[in-house]
Ligand binder design. Sequence first.
Ligand code: SPD
Length: 285
Amino acid sequence: MNEKDWFFEKYEDILALGFKFKKVLFHKKSKFQTVKILETEGYGPMLINDDIVMTTERDEFIYHEMISHVPLFTHPNPENVLIIGGGDGGTAREVLKHKCVKKCTMIEIDSVVVEACRKHLKVTSQGLNHPLLDLKFEDGAAYVSRQESIFDVIIVDSSDPIGPSAVLFGDEFYQNVHRALKEGGIVVAQGESSFYEMEIQKRLLKTVHNLFSKVGFYNYDNLTYSSGCWSFLFASKKYHPIKDFKEGRVNQSGIEFRYYNEEIHRASFCQPQFVKKVFESLWTL
Ligand code: SPD
């Protein structure tokens, strides 16, 4: 094995997840982070920010379908959606498949991520060209702090809680998200791994537990993140992701899914025993 053809994402000092690559397609240091795109052997073009895998063209549909369709099929009529982060465009692409969405605003802090993805992640970044997308380059936390009662769904498609995304995991941010949402509003957010990052999850859950009536995590398999066992935070002012989920809407939507379906929607809220034990007192789903 020639190590120079391999990229390794390291998790602390215990794990290295390796990807063989053919060439470096993009490499730039932005004001916020180092943005790279590698042409990998097995996963196609792969976006890497500060040496952490963000997405790959081969498996991105799993993450982007799950972060988008679960809240959009829980809310009965999501018309105004806000995406914080999501610079690769995959979340916008999925959100804008919903005919009921009249407006989608995306606040991405780093224009270099968008530049890189437009050039090299052609399938993922399609959503960035949609006429209903209002894309602004700004700090997402600052933007949310100025909004009041206007969004039906807010999706926080962020990187890990280090660097530019750290603020998106804090109490003040979620107080502002709560204020920015309408009465029946829902927020979902990149929620880390229950296997490795339960402390971060516990903190997040405590934060939203104090603000929203329905809170928990839902799970999915992420083939290219350390541990593979990944989750999204779900917090809602009113609608329950299972009790208020009207399955029929999924078929009627006419959307073609590659991962998401009604069974996956429901099943993703089931938790393994080691997670249940820790979160029991904070879980309200
Ligand atoms: N550990 C990496 C978490 C990154 C999550 N966000 C990826 C962005 C995909 N749109």
